[in-house]
Design a protein around this ligand. Structure first.
Ligand code: ACM
Length: 529
C-alpha cells in the first residue's frame, strides 16, 4: 500500500513535469500541453505529430483565399472561436498571420483536407470548401473543450504541432431524423445539423411522411400538411414545414456541407395521406387520423390511377425544392400491399423520380422489386436477419445497386442503450456504445461487394423522442461512432483506442450543452460543476 502511494506520488510529479507545471506549484515553466494530434473523432486517415504547437493569440488572423466559400468557412470558424477566446480574429484575404484556409489542387478529393500546425500558424488546405469545413471540425477538437463555450474562457489556445492528412472512407455518412412521429421545428433541425457537422456527417435524411404525420407543404394536395400535419404520436399538435421552411433547412444544411435527402415513405406508412384524401383509398373512405405507433397497416391504392397523379405531384414539388441528387421513396414494411402490387407500384414510381432528375433511394425491401438503375438500397436489417433476405440485398448489390448500411441493432439511434434507458425502443435489441461502433461496413453484408457499400447512416425514429434533449441523449455518443465508421480508414478501427478519443468528446458536449449518455463503457473524464 505504502509502495503504491509512493509510486503514485512519483507518477504525479512526473505528470506535473510533463505538463509544464513545476512540482513546487509555481507558475508553469512551459505552456499547458496541447491535445494530441490524433485525439480526434472520426480518426483521421494519417497523423504525423511533431514540432512546436501553434498558439492562438489576440493578434491571430484567419486568412482565407479570395473565394466566397473559403471566406464563409473562415467566418464559421471565427464564429466558433470568438466567444470563448474573446479575440477579434478578423477574417482577411491578405496579410495577417495565424490560421490560414487555402483552396489548392492536391490529393484531397471532394471532402479531404490537410492540416499543418507549427509555431507560426495552422494551415488548412483542401481542394473543395467542404474539405476546409471538415478540417475546421478537426481544428476545433485540437483546441481545449472550453473553446466550445459561449463566454470568454482563460485558454491558452494551443494546437499541437504536426500534420494531418485526411480523406473519408465513404462518401455517404448520413443521419436520418424522423420528423413524422414527432414534429421538430426548423430551429431544432438546425441544432441537430450543427451537431452532425461536428463529426463530418454529410447527409441529412428527413423522414417527412408516415402514418402519423405529413410534414411538408405540397401545393397541389394542401390537406396533406394542413390536416395530417396537425398531430403526431400521442396526439400533440404536430406541425409541418412550409416550402420556405424546408428551403431554409436545405440552405442551412448546405452551409454545413450536408445534403438533405427527403423521404416520402410509400406505398406503406401512408395513413397520413390516406386520411387527408378519401379518393386515395381503394374503398374511397378516408381512415381516421392515427397517433399510435403500430406499423404496416396502411397502403396507397396500387390499382387506382389517381395514386400515380398524387405521387407525381408530390415528387415533382419536392424535387423542385431539393438541390440534392436523391429522393427517398421508403418502401419498407408494406405489409398491407401484396408482393405483386408492391412490384407494380415500384415499377411505376421509380421512373417518376428519375423523370424529375433525382436518384431513387429505398429501404432495402426495394430489392424485392426491381431497383432502378443507379438506385440505392438502405439496409436496416439485424445481425439475425434471415440469410434469404440478406442474400436478396447482396444480389442487388452485385447487380449494381448501391448499399447504405443502417443495421438496426447497431446504429438505429432510437434503440435503448440498456434496459434502463428512459427513452427509445428495443425491438432490434439493446445497443450499447461498443456494440454500435464495433463492426465493419466493408464486410458487414455477406456476399455484397465492398465496392457496393456507399457508406453508413444512423436513423433516429421518434416514437418516443419529442425534443432536442431527447435527440441528443440518444445520438450521443453513438452518432460519433457512426461518423467514424463512415469516415475513418478500416485500419484505424480499434475500440480500445476509440473509447479514449470518444471520452475526450464528453467535455466538448458539456460545453455545447449536449446532454449525452455517460456509458460506463467509456472512460469519461470527471464532470465539472
Ligand atoms: C424501418 O425501420 N422501418 C425502415
Amino acid at each position: 500500500m505504502r509502495q503504491h502511494h509512493r509510486t503514485l506520488r512519483l507518477l504525479g510529479s512526473l505528470l506535473l513535469v510533463a505538463t509544464g507545471v513545476s512540482a513546487t506549484g509555481a507558475a508553469p515553466a512551459r505552456p499547458a500541453p496541447s491535445t494530441p494530434l490524433d485525439r480526434v473523432v472520426p480518426a483521421p486517415a494519417s497523423v504525423a505529430p511533431g514540432g512546436s504547437p501553434y498558439r492562438i493569440t489576440p493578434d491571430t488572423h484567419i486568412r482565407v483565399d479570395d473565394s466566397g466559400e473559403a471566406r464563409r468557412v473562415g467566418e464559421y470558424l471565427a464564429a466558433v472561436l470568438r466567444p470563448s477566446t474573446g479575440y477579434r480574429l478578423p477574417v482577411t484575404t491578405r496579410g495577417g498571420g495565424g490560421i490560414r484556409l487555402r483552396l489548392a489542387k492536391g490529393p484531397f478529393g471532394a471532402e479531404g483536407y490537410r492540416l499543418d500546425s507549427g509555431r507560426k500558424g495552422v494551415t488548412l488546405t483542401a481542394a473543395e470548401p467542404a474539405g476546409l469545413f471538415h478540417g475546421v471540425q478537426t481544428l476545433r477538437q485540437l483546441l481545449p473543450a472550453a473553446v466550445e463555450k459561449d463566454s470568454v474562457q482563460p485558454g491558452p489556445w494551443l494546437v499541437a504541432g504536426g500534420t494531418i492528412k485526411d480523406t473519408p472512407r465513404y462518401g455517404w455518412r448520413g443521419a436520418m431524423l424522423d420528423v413524422s412521429r414527432h414534429f421538430f421545428t426548423v430551429d431544432q433541425v438546425k441544432r441537430y445539423i450543427d451537431q452532425l457537422a461536428l463529426y463530418k456527417i454529410n447527409k441529412l435524411h428527413l423522414h417527412l411522411s408516415d402514418d402519423q404525420g405529413w410534414r411538408i407543404a405540397i401545393d397541389s394536395w394542401p390537406r396533406l400538411a394542413t390536416y395530417r400535419g396537425s398531430t403526431q404520436v400521442g396526439g400533440g399538435p404536430g406541425g409541418h414545414y412550409t416550402k420556405a421552411d424546408y428551403q431554409e433547412i436545405v440552405r442551412y444544411a448546405s452551409s454545413r456541407y450536408l445534403e438533405v435527402v427527403p423521404e416520402i415513405d410509400m406505398p406503406g406508412h401512408t395513413n397520413a395521406a390516406l386520411a387527408s384524401y378519401a379518393e386515395l383509398n381503394c374503398d374511397g373512405v378516408a381512415p381516421a387520423l392515427y397517433t399510435g405507433t403500430e406499423v404496416g397497416f396502411s397502403s396507397l391504392c396500387v390499382g387506382k390511377e389517381i395514386t400515380y397523379d398524387f405521387v407525381d405531384d408530390v415528387i415533382r414539388e419536392l424535387a423542385a425544392l431539393t438541390p440534392g441528387a436523391y429522393l427517398h421513396i421508403g418502401g419498407d414494411e408494406a405489409h398491407s400491399t401484396s408482393h405483386e402490387d408492391y412490384v407494380k407500384f415500384m415499377d411505376r414510381v421509380q421512373p417518376i423520380v428519375a423523370g424529375y432528375g433525382k436518384t431513387v433511394i429505398g429501404w432495402h425491401q426495394l430489392t424485392g422489386a426491381t431497383p432502378a438503375k443507379g438506385a440505392l438500397a438502405q439496409y436496416w436489417g439485424l445481425d439475425g436477419t434471415g440469410a434469404e433476405e440478406k442474400e436478396r440485398v447482396a444480389a442487388a448489390a452485385r447487380g449494381g445497386t448501391g448499399i447504405i448500411l443502417s443495421p438496426a441493432d447497431r446504429i438505429y439511434l432510437d434503440m435503448k442503450y440498456t434496459a434502463d434507458t428512459p427513452l427509445g425502443l428495443d425491438w432490434a435489441g439493446l445497443v450499447e456504445v461498443k456494440r454500435s461502433y464495433d463492426w465493419d461496413p466493408g464486410d458487414y453484408l455477406p456476399g455484397a461487394p465492398a465496392s457496393a457499400v456507399r457508406g453508413v447512416e444512423a436513423p433516429l425514429w421518434t416514437e418516443t423522442i419529442s425534443k432536442s434533449a431527447d435527440i441528443e441523449y440518444m445520438a450521443f455518443p453513438r452518432l460519433a461512432g457512426v461518423a467514424e465508421l463512415g469516415w475513418s480508414p478500416a485500419a484505424t478501427h480499434d475500440w480500445d483506442a476509440y473509447k479514449v478519443r470518444l471520452a475526450a468528446q464528453g467535455p466538448r458536449w458539456e460545453a455545447l450543452g449536449i446532454g449525452y449518455y455517460r456509458s460506463p463503457q467509456v472512460p469519461w473524464p470527471a464532470q465539472r460543476g
